[in-house]
Design a protein around this ligand. Sequence first.
Ligand code: TYC
Length: 116
Amino acid sequence: MATRAPTLPPATRPAPDDGGAVVLERRPEKTPPPQMYQVVMLNDDYTPMEFVIVVLQEFFSKDRETATRIMLKIHLDGKGICGVYSHDVAATKVDQVLDAALKAGHPLQCVSEPVA
Ligand code: TYC
């Protein structure tokens, strides 16, 4: 009489070429999205509005209308978001703004902070 191997349920049945390993469950690997950082510009009483508009255009790729709107928001609210970037890009933007402000003799400040 021929003996037959017992039939295993699909989850525990060895695959033909895996040396007998049994895969009980496959979870799709999920890489969490990287922490993003927003560059926040602060208002002051001395930096000319035009300088802020040019900075927003040059370093944050805003068109003139958008740059003007963001500048006015900062002027009225005390601060405003210039853009959201990876950690290194945000740090570079902050450096670029502070460097340009220092060279032009303006006290313009900006910081980067993690987006919640
Ligand atoms: N408050 C400035 C002024 O009246 C303009 C200004 C706007 C300065 C935004 C800084 O981040 C700033 N000249």
